[in-house]
Design a protein around this ligand. Structure first.
Ligand SMILES: Nc1nc2c(ncn2[C@@H]2O[C@H](COP(=O)(O)OP(=O)(O)OP(=O)(O)O)[C@@H](O)[C@H]2O)c(=O)[nH]1
Ligand SMILES: [Mg+2]
Length: 299
């Protein structure tokens, strides 16, 4: 038996979580068009034959602006430290930035084998334009392989597992062969709600929200399984609370309806979802709140 641990790294919004979901074949990590969607390391597990692939989806690398960001950056660093190889996910439509340079420095320090994936090639009509991009990236690091891909259009995505296979090492599988993630249903439900906030709200508000599941219990109603879920959306300001709730509660209702659909699919039961909104001023800089609500993996 073999296993291979792969850190999926790159700038925010490059498509790391989309890729992780595609490779494990299930949606385990939330996706949005806003940068800084992922906040925690999330293991995506794929067992294929004798090899177990463990993809560590990481938060997009950023310059930390608050305590929450610092935890996010730290989680990328620790992910890169002890893996068999890494994926550097780049957005082919964007120029090389300080993010790629910084990640490459930590790869070099650790001697990490890295596969460069140039994502979103579907947005480039003239494929000739890829050549200079590949040349620029090749100057950054001695990548094991460089693969232009599109997660969205499934271009070249079948080349990724074969490229990772050679980094597998002999050893027991770390996770049961039939799971796609070791994250709890409770965590995944909170993430689904956060995703719907990202989808429905503008810029700064979703980044200042977190979701805490206060109640998660199951019961039977006749032959039907029902899950009762009570979740609190934490936000930073009274004015944000008003906007999340919306006129006549419309926005919160929309978030709830979208989330409930996905949660029902995840759990395979009917879901009774109750959503509340609470204000915790400037919580992203308050270590006690980050730890009270377990909003980071390392507190
Ligand atoms: N056009 C195009 N869009 C893509 C592709 N892959 C992902 N996206 C989109 O890019 C956006 C970001 O995707 P995510 O998977 O959330 O990106 P991420 O790297 O995990 O982002 P963070 O968690 O913020 O670091 C979403 O709107 C995706 O639908 C692709 O191949 N082509
Ligand atoms: Mg992500």
């Amino acid at each position: 038996m073999k296993n291979v641990f792969i850190a999926v790294t790159g700038r925010p919004n490059a498509g790391k979580s989309s890729l992780t979901n595609l490779l494990v074949g299930e949606k385990i990590s939330i996706v949005s068009d806003k940068p800084q969607t992922t906040r925690n390391k999330i293991n995506g597990v794929l067992t294929k034959g004798e090899i177990q692939y463990v993809f560590i989806d990481t938060p997009g690398m950023i310059k930390a602006r608050n305590r929450l960001n610092e935890h996010m950056v730290k989680s990328v660093r620790t992910a890169v430290d002890d893996v068999d190889c890494a994926i550097l996910m780049a957005d082919v439509t964007r120029k090389i930035s300080a993010v790629e340079q910084e990640l490459v420095r930590s790869f070099a320090a650790n001697g990490t084998a890295v596969i460069l994936l140039l994502n979103k090639v579907d947005l480039i009509s003239d494929k000739e334009k890829l050549l200079p991009v590949i040349a620029q990236y090749s100057e950054l690091y001695d990548f094991e392989e460089v693969i232009p891909i599109s997660v969205k259009r499934r271009i070249n995505t079948d080349k990724i597992l074969p490229a990772l296979e050679k980094f597998a090492v002999e050893g027991e599988h770390f996770f049961p062969d039939d799971i796609a993630t070791d994250r709890t249903e409770r965590f995944l439900c909170a993430e689904i709600i956060r995703e719907k906030i990202l989808w429905t709200m503008q810029q700064e508000i979703p980044h200042g929200t977190a979701v805490d599941i206060e109640e998660f219990s199951s019961r039977k109603k006749g032959t039907e399984d029902i899950t009762d879920l009570r979740a609190v959306i934490i936000c930073e300001k009274d004015s944000h609370k008003g906007m999340i709730i919306g006129k006549g509660g419309e926005r919160l209702k929309q978030i709830g309806t979208l989330a409930r659909k996905d949660i029902e699919e995840l759990l395979g039961t009917k879901v009774n979802l109750q959503l509340f909104v609470k204000v915790k001023e400037d919580w992203r800089n308050r270590e006690n709140i980050i730890s009270e609500y377990k909003l980071s993996d390392d507190v």
